[in-house]
Structures are given as C-alpha cells and as structure tokens.
Design a protein around this ligand. Structure first.
Ligand code: SAH
Length: 385
C-alpha cells in the first residue's frame, strides 16, 4: 500500500513495514493514519474513544467496529503500552509503579492520594542527562525520550485503578527526566490528556531549559509551569545544576517574564532546602528579591537524602524549614512546604531511579558540560510544529 503520512515518525514506521502503534496518536493524527482503512470518518472517533476513554488494549475488543474492519486494522496497527513490572504501596497510600518499556528501559511513576485530591507524578524521559547533584535519577545518567504512548500510558495505568476516581486528579511532570527536552512527544501526550484533564491541573516542571520555556509559551493549550530553582544565585545554582551554566538565572528569569499567564495564574518555583547550603534567612531574602518582578509562588522541598547523594546532602531541621517559610511569607511571598510522601518505597521527589542500571557516579565538570551540550542540541533545533 502507498499511504503518505505527513508525520515523519509515522512515515518511517510504515516504511519499515512495522505495525504502527495507535496509542499516543492525538485525535487529528489518528484520523490521518486510519483514513485509508475506514469506511466512515467517525470510525476514527470511535477508535479514539476506545483508546483513551475506555482504555482498550486490543483492537479485537473494539466491538463497535465490524469484524472485518478490526481484522484489516490489526494487520497494520497495534495498541502497545508499557508493561507494569512492579507496584509498591507506601504506608501513606502513595503508590509507585515501575514500567518496563518495549526496549527494556524502565521508568517510574507515582500515584499520590491526598484527601479528595490525587496527584499523578509522571516521567518524561527514561533517565536524565541533566546531572543535578541532589537528584538520584540524574545520578543514574541519561536515557531516552519517552514516546507520547509511553507518557499517556503512565497516566492511564495509574488513573484507571478501580479504587480511585478521576475526581480532583492532578498531573505533575515531576518524575524522571526533563520534560522540556522532550517537547514534541510531550505535546502529543498533552493534546490527548488535556481532553480529559484540564490543562490547569497539569504542571510541567523544568530545570530551566530556556528554549523549551519559549516553545511552551507559544502553545495554545499550555499547562502550568513550575521551575526548579533551588538557589538564589548563579554561583550556588551552578553547583547544584550544571544546566545553569547554559541558561543562567538572568536568561531564565527573562524567559519567564515573557511567559503568558492567565489572570491569577502564577509560576511555581520549587526550592530545595539543603542544610547549611541554601537555608539561611539571608537566602530567603535573596529569593524574594530575585522573584520580586514575577507572579510567583514558592514550593519549598526539604531535600530527600539518599545514600548515593553523599553525606552533605541533608535537609534542614523542620524548625529551620518553617522559619524559612515564615520569612518568605513575612516578605509577601506565598510559600508552601511540600509534604514528603512515599518515602518508604523510594517514591519521594528525587528518588526515582533506574533499578537495573549501574550508577554512573559523579563526573567531572568538563564531562558534564560536554554531555549537557549534546543533550541540549536537539532541543535547540527546529521543532516539528
Ligand atoms: N527535570 C524536571 C522534573 C523532574 S524533578 C525538573 O528539574 O524540574 C521534580 C522535582 O523533584 C524537582 O523540583 C527536583 O528538583 C526535585 N528533586 C530532585 N531531587 C530531589 C531530592 N533529593 N529531594 C527532594 N526533591 C528533589
């Protein structure tokens, strides 16, 4: 058959004679790939609903389609989602899922119930190349971008647990990886997910990839944005986050000041509190000064320690965390302290790891910079849309 597809990835798969995965295709592209096979245009809407609303995992189960059509589709298409390889439930109700992807890579996602609300923490990459010194995922090294099917599947697998409704559901892209280094797939996934979950309940957290922030600013269905800040000056931020060399605070804040926000919408700044490093009253003051011109709120995260991070990486005493928050508040800055959840199953922030891979350990700054440059290059290239 000689279909022509506008999407290069889809075209490549079709050319290789592979059966194309329907999962992960947004509405418009699903219609495009199905068009040569279906008798009526609304068939693709039926397939779309079956995929994302009913969570059908087998074409044969789409009984709203004729047997003949199902058979024809099955010759060309599959529905492939990552396998849930393990689930660990924490004493506090938080549940961590380990997914095994088709190429053997593994990722984690976390379901965090909180009263009537529920937050799903989703991964955007298998591993992470940014090598932040406080994060266990980065310690394990770079991985690959997740496909939109792999992103959407995490949400569907966690969401569709029979014991839990979708009421009060929030999505945060704060799992493994840097979402803004995987913009195309993230966008496809969000096209699908925002049809079911308001974009106002979806938050993308970034380490500060400036071109990614600029791209996101142009999206019509923009999610909320959170920025991992963690230090009030370049000198210390660079020690924690090598990406700050590439995109220092001045550039980052300039990009953020141009980011379009709705009325009353604010940017969230995540600020990791590390004992005797960035937890002094003067640091709180510097933070307020730094963010004074932005509509900002701060989410304080007492560092979650981990054996691979070394002994310097410790959280401040709870009283010092509270003092930091009060100081921000006194200066007029909204600040909350993130509750630590899922700790007993290593599901807390910064603890998501690739279990069957050797840690690559700390690397020299030069090596870090080289790897960073290689990682960021694709992000700087022209975007598909
Ligand atoms: N790459 C993105 C999203 C993943 S990290 C980003 O940097 O924002 C999600 C959040 O977990 C970030 O705010 C990150 O800084 C935080 N985090 C990482 N390691 C942590 C640790 N050891 N303790 C507490 N929070 C951590």
């Amino acid at each position: 058959m000689t279909e022509s597809y506008s999407d290069p990835e889809i075209a490549a798969q079709a050319e290789n004679g592979q059966r194309l995965n329907l999962l992960g295709l947004p509405r418009r592209r699903l219609a495009e790939v199905l068009e040569p096979f279906v008798d009526k245009p609304y068939r693709s809407t039926q397939v779309y609903r079956a995929l994302y609303e009913r969570g059908v995992t087998d074409l044969a189960a789409m009984t709203e389609l004729s047997k003949d059509l199902r058979a024809r589709l099955a010759r060309r298409f599959v529905i492939r989602s990552p396998e849930v390889a393990a689930r660990h439930r924490s004493a506090d109700g938080t549940e961590k899922y380990l997914f095994r992807l088709a190429d053997g890579a593994t990722i984690e996602a976390v379901d965090i119930p909180d009263g009537r609300r529920r937050t799903l923490c989703i991964s955007s990459q298998a591993g992470c190349a940014l090598a932040c010194s406080f994060c266990v995922t980065g310690y394990w090294g770079g991985g690959r971008n997740l496909t939109s099917a792999e992103i959407v599947s995490q949400v569907m697998a966690l969401r569709d647990q029979p014991q839990a409704g979708t009421h009060g559901l929030n999505l945060v892209f704060m799992g493994m990886g840097e979402p803004l280094l995987n913009l195309d797939h993230l966008r496809d996934a969000l096209d699908i997910l925002t049809e079911q979950i308001s974009r106002r309940r979806i938050t993308i957290s970034t380490a500060g990839v400036v071109p990614g922030i600029e791209a996101l600013a142009r999206w019509r269905r923009r999610p909320r944005l959170a920025i991992s800040l963690h230090a009030p000056d370049d000198e210390r931020r660079e020690r924690l986050m090598p990406i700050n060399r590439r995109y220092p605070l001045r550039d980052l804040l300039a990009a953020l000041s141009r980011y379009p926000l709705e009325a009353r919408e604010r940017l969230t700044f995540e600020y990791l509190l590390i004992r005797d490093f960035n937890d002094a009253p003067a640091d709180a003051d510097a933070l307020v000064r730094l963010l004074s011109r932005l509509p900002a709120k701060i989410n304080l995260i007492p560092l979650n320690p981990d054996p691979v991070l070394g002994a310097d990486m410790r959280p401040p005493a709870p009283s010092r965390v509270e003092a930091f928050r009060r100081r921000l508040k006194a200066k007029g800055m909204t600040a909350t302290v993130r509750k630590r959840r899922g700790d007993d199953v290593s599901a807390a922030c910064g603890q998501l790891r690739v279990p069957d891979r050797e840690p690559r350990g700390r690397r020299s700054s030069a090596a870090q910079t080289r790897q960073m440059a290689a990682t960021l290059r694709p992000a700087l290239g022209p975007s598909r849309r």
